[in-house]
Design a protein around this ligand. Structure first.
Ligand SMILES: *Cc1c(COP(=O)(O)O)cnc(C)c1O
Length: 374
């Protein structure tokens, strides 16, 4: 550390409840101190090869899972470049789904927006209706909107897209941002027929920031092969060719691949089903706390029942203490919470119960929160 950078001593594990980046287990951090290796050698292939079955289990697919050295937004852009021919229907209900929509436009495609109020989920029937004119060849959707804590009914949306496809006879690819769902719940890439599903390392998978993961259906790959302007960095055709050798097209963030291998071993040991259950347990505990204890301080759940994310809870505040003061007081006591996102900054705060946290650690957080609220 250089002399003029002063960082506080790290807090003990289990006090950092930001909805991304999430807290990284010490064993995973330690794995990154190993020497850097070449990325075309057998060691790298062995490392990525060992991660492969666990990544496929996390994504619930038998297809390859590509590893990109970028934040999740990189693969959101890759989804558009490789998956949208001329026009996409973008489902917008928060900050990240708005980014997905903007990317469609940035990549030179037409975009039609189906937006609902922040805090609400999309209606699958409405998705079907909007696709019936056969003009859109892809749909973008964020499964778990981290900015609001809303979980979209993804399997129903996928079913609606398939129905519109059958009716119009046009291929419509479903491109899914699963950044705060993949690794925190069972997102069935294959069984639900998702054409592209992506996540970033620093959310429910609980790795340091810097990697993104994605899996594509066969028809997405077939379409990608016909599209010009895929670029170099997120060209899925290249990713696929290299994945066959358990390598990446360009130099990967080697130290992060060590962390990935360690975390894949840990996730493999826990089991993806058990990991998903642990997340639902944490979410339910949080909702129960807000509903039982929250009203005395003017706290309530922002997202409606049935549409709450298992990884992040947004809590609306209409009591005496502003949301920013609640998170500030928690910080002063050594706890990290998420503030409200964007326009929700003053009226909400967020608890990221994702990654490697447990209900026991969450209970300590909630106890600290009660102290702050007084
Ligand atoms: C964090 C997040 C992103 C953006 O991820 P970066 O890794 O910062 O690019 C996109 N979508 C959702 C739902 C997120 O939570």
């Amino acid at each position: 550390m250089t002399e003029n950078v002063h960082l506080p001593a790290p807090a003990e594990f289990g006090r950092f409840f930001l909805p991304g980046p999430t807290e990284v287990h010490p064993d995973v951090l330690a794995a990154m101190t190993r020497p850097v290796i070449g990325h075309r050698g057998s060691e790298m292939s062995a490392l990525l090869g060992a991660c492969d079955p666990v990544l496929r289990a996390i994504f619930r697919t038998s297809r390859p899972v590509y590893v990109a050295s970028s934040s999740a937004t990189g693969l959101m852009e890759g989804a558009i470049r490789n998956g949208v021919r001329t026009r996409a229907l973008s489902l917008v209900n928060g900050a990240f789904s708005a980014r997905f929509r903007d990317l469609v436009d940035d990549c030179g495609r037409d975009v039609e927006m189906y937006d609902v109020e922040f805090g609400r989920a999309h209606d699958p029937e409405e998705v079907y209706t909007r696709l019936r004119d056969g003009k859109c060849d892809a749909v973008t959707v964020v499964h778990s909107e981290t900015s609001t804590g809303v979980l979209n009914p993804l399997s129903d949306i996928a079913e609606a897209v398939r129905r519109a496809e059958a009716e119009t006879g046009e291929e419509i690819l479903l491109l899914v941002d699963g950044v705060t769902s993949v690794g925190g719940m069972l997102v069935e890439a294959e069984a639900w027929g998702l054409d592209f599903l992506l996540t970033g390392s620093q959310k429910a998978v609980a790795l340091p920031p810097g990697l993104a993961f994605g899996t594509a259906s066969e028809r997405m790959m077939a379409r990608a092969a016909t599209l010009r302007g895929r670029g170099q960095y997120f060209d899925l055709i290249e990713f696929d060719a290299y994945a066959k050798k358990h390598q990446t097209p360009t130099t990967p963030a080697v130290s992060l691949i060590y962390a990935l291998a360690e975390q894949c071993a840990r996730i493999g040991a826990e089991g993806v089903e058990a990991r998903a259950r642990r997340h639902w347990d944490m979410a339910e505990r949080t909702w129960q706390w807000v509903q039982e204890r929250g009203p005395r301080w003017g706290l309530s759940l922002f997202a409606a029942e049935g549409y709450r994310s298992p990884t992040v809870t947004t809590i609306a505040v209409d009591g005496a203490m502003p949301a920013t003061r609640i998170s500030g007081e928690m910080t002063a006591r050594g706890w990290t919470l998420g503030t409200g996102y964007g326009t929700l900054k003053d009226t909400t705060f967020r608890i990221g119960h994702m990654g490697d946290h447990t209900v026991d650690e969450l209970n300590l957080l909630l106890a600290a929160l009660e102290e702050v609220l007084g």
